[in-house]
Structures are given as C-alpha cells and as structure tokens.
Design a protein around this ligand. Sequence first.
Ligand SMILES: [Zn+2]
Length: 235
Amino acid sequence: MHEARTRSTTEVRGRLVLRNGNREATNIDYLVRRTPRARGLRLTVDPRRGLVVTIPPASRPGWKRPDDRIEGFLREREAWVVRHLGRLERERAAVASLGGAADGGRIHFRGELHHVRVEPASPGRRRSTVERVGAEAYLRMSKAKLVAKDDYGELWSAPRKGDSPLLLVKVVNSSPEPDGSFLDYYLRVPGTAQQPARVCATCGTNIATVPTTARAAVAWTFRACEDHYRPRVQT
Ligand SMILES: [Zn+2]
C-alpha cells in the first residue's frame, strides 16, 4: 500500500474485486482520501485520479477501520461505479485520439464535440454560480502543473504562449448531481498581479496577487484573504 501525507490529508490506495455470477472479476482501483473536512463517505470520479473515496480521519469515531464500510458502499453502487469509470476511460481514449486538448481545441466529451474554453469567474459571485467547466478544463490543462494542494482543492497552472499562465483551482462541488455523483469545478484565478484592484471584503487586504495555495485561490473567488475565507462546514 502506498501512503502519502500532505498536512492533515492522508491518501491510501485500495482495490475492490467485484465478482458477478460467472463473469470475470473486475478490479476497481480507488484512492481513499482522509480529510478532516469529510463528514461521511463521499464518492467522486476525478478525471485525473479516477475513483476517489473521501472519508473522515481515523481519529473520528467509527472511522478507524473503514475498509468494510468502503467496500459495502462501493458494492451497493457497483453499477454507478462501473458506469462512471467506463465513461472516464472513453473520455481519456477520445482525448488521446484527438491529440489532447490545446488552446481553442476540440474534444469529445459525453458524446459531443466541445470547443475547449475556460471562462473567468465573475467577480463577487458565489462558487455555485461560477462558470462550470468540469472535465473540459481538466483536459485543457493536460499539460498543466500542479502548483499546490490542500484541503480546499488543487491549484493548477498551465503555460500560455505570450501570456501569463492560466491558473485554475479545482474544487469538488458540495452538492451531488441527480445521479449521486459529485462533479469537479474549476475556478479561474489570476495568473498575474496585473489585474483589477481587489481587496478582502472583511479586512481590506490587497488580494490582487497570484494565489500560491488552493485555499488562497478559492478565497480570491469569494473576495476574501486566506484568513477571512471561512467556508461553512459542508455535508
Ligand atoms: Zn481579510
């Protein structure tokens, strides 16, 4: 088992073998991510990391040995898991066949040809109304670098010719889709300090800078400095 620690978040790889009747066994590989922000078990399909199971830390009552709980959860949702992992495989194959996603490029996504485009977040808007680009942004960022990662998300930077880098922070939507899945959201944040004036709405600190952490990036979208970005606990 491979284990990686980043501050309070712990990640462990897991594998579930599904056997249905006489069919061949299907291996479901997943990442178990423990974070203090988790209130229960959450299942997401991440374009880059695949199936991610997010659970509370081992110190939380009832979560010391979560293997049975995770396996039971996955088995109950076997159809969903298999369907979404299959979709992810097809999307990856489609992107590879198109040579990846370049600026202004085209990709097949959910059966349709999409022009790849990332919209800037509207200033002062709440996360839920920020332009959602989901996998498209991820694909556009396929040559991007992970700048920083914390409990608030991942900060990605993609180089652009003759321009400042495209900086995006990836967060997972806290509300499930109708099918119970959670979609990733990419919020665009400034890749350069050459940006309109912007100050923390609480303390007036200048936040018209280039965020260096995912938390600072998310805070920026809420017009807050890191100290004054206090998300409500989400269930
Ligand atoms: Zn502040």
